[in-house]
Write a protein that binds this ligand. Structure first.
Ligand SMILES: C[S@@+](CC[C@H](N)C(=O)[O-])C[C@H]1O[C@@H](n2cnc3c(N)ncnc32)[C@H](O)[C@@H]1O
Length: 347
């Protein structure tokens, strides 16, 4: 299992990563089409800047992505059908109960910084945009009429439609792994907290590449994998919590250049990442040429039309929700710790 030999507080930024063979982010020997990942011998040397400590640290991620549970073995709620029903109910409380524990306005604004939303006329797609929480951060910098919110959940999108600042946005029902936008369409691709439900994340990132214009930037915000055993157990049951190396590989394989990863987290976690974070990093990459991604993939893994056994579906769904409950408790636990433990001590 890959683990970064670094913990504690701080806002951290990947400045550059090198594989052992010196090819930058391009890790060799991998089949990212869902089966095996990188060679167990491959390691990433990541140079990370801890900005508030003003020093550089070289982090060795000495084990491979392949030794974790592969992303191609979906968790209980990592199918489009399951995500659809999950958000059928969660959309009712999403903005008021879920986001404050995991995805605050501060975090959102910090996570969007690397997206460089520098021009109000930019064309932006917000994929898995849900209730429009992240879109509210985007329209601070870009005219709402240039922003499209795409989500597979009509229930989530209904909440976005109610928000006044988003009234000029285009709202589209669709699938992140099969985007209804032409190639070379957008200046920016943003997706926050959605990748964890994609049965084939590499395909979604390949789509991000395709829909961007030459020089366009993708900004994907998502969870990070826990290192504490119990949190890892629940994370693996619930949904996809990728490792930082996985994000970088997916971006690199899709053809992105200048791939960077910025760590984020609620303030009261004081930088602790051992329980994993539902929103733990913001990964960006630049499209270096026009056209489709150089990556070739086979047919989609999940056939949403295929009938499922309702009992099996219900059982998976119930187990997934049970596992997710752990992640309702974690931010409360961390918040209490932050209140109790003196500020100069680690929590
Ligand atoms: C945790 S919410 C994030 C919503 C929003 N981006 C935010 O920042 O609050 C995840 C969203 O991803 C959507 N989603 C899950 N799988 C998807 C897919 N394959 N295509 C499009 N949207 C998807 C869900 O419906 C849900 O609205």
């Amino acid at each position: 299992m890959a683990s970064l030999m670094l913990s504690g507080t701080g806002k951290l930024t990947f400045l550059n990563c090198k594989t052992q063979n010196g090819n930058g982010f391009g890790l060799s020997g991998s089949d990212f089409n869902g089966k095996s990942l990188i060679s167990p011998k491959t390691s990433i040397n990541a140079k990370i800047r801890v900005s508030n400590l003003k020093r550089n640290i070289v982090v060795r991620s000495s084990s491979s992505v392949s030794s974790s549970r592969p992303s191609s073995q979906p968790r209980f709620i990592q199918h489009k059908k399951e995500a659809f029903w999950f958000y059928r109910f969660l959309s009712i409380v999403y903005d008021h109960v879920i986001n404050p524990g995991h995805w605050t306005e501060d975090m959102r604004d910090e996570a969007l910084e690397p997206a460089e939303l520098t021009d109000r006329n930019m064309i932006v797609v917000d994929v898995g945009g849900g209730t429009g929480f992240t879109t509210l951060g985007i329209v601070k910098h870009v005219d709402a009429k240039n922003v499209t919110i795409l989500d597979q959940s009509p229930h989530q999108l209904a909440k976005a439609k109610e928000k006044e600042p988003l009234k000029d946005c285009k709202i589209v029902e669709g699938d992140a792994e099969d985007l209804p936008f032409r190639t070379d369409y957008a200046d920016r691709y943003v997706s926050a907290g959605s990748i964890e439900y994609w049965p084939d994340p590499q395909r979604g990132i390949k789509e991000a590449y395709r829909v961007l214009k030459f020089g366009g930037k993708a900004c994907l915000i998502g969870p990070v994998y826990p290192t504490f055993w119990l949190s890892r157990f629940f994370a693996d049951d619930w949904m996809l919590f990728p490792k930082e190396e996985e994000y970088i590989e997916w971006f690199t394989k899709a053809g992105f250049k200048d791939v960077q990863l910025k760590r984020i987290g609620p303030k009261w976690y004081r930088g602790v990442r051992r329980h994993g974070l539902i929103m733990g990093c913001s990964v960006t990459g630049v499209k270096p040429a026009s056209g489709d991604s150089p990556l070739q993939l086979g047919p989609k893994e999940e056939d949403v039309e295929k009938p499922v056994n309702p009992l099996v579906f219900l059982l998976r769904f119930a187990l997934g929700i049970l596992a997710a409950s752990w992640y309702v408790l974690i931010p409360i636990y961390m918040w209490l710790k932050d209140q109790i433990v003196p500020k100069d001590q680690s929590i």
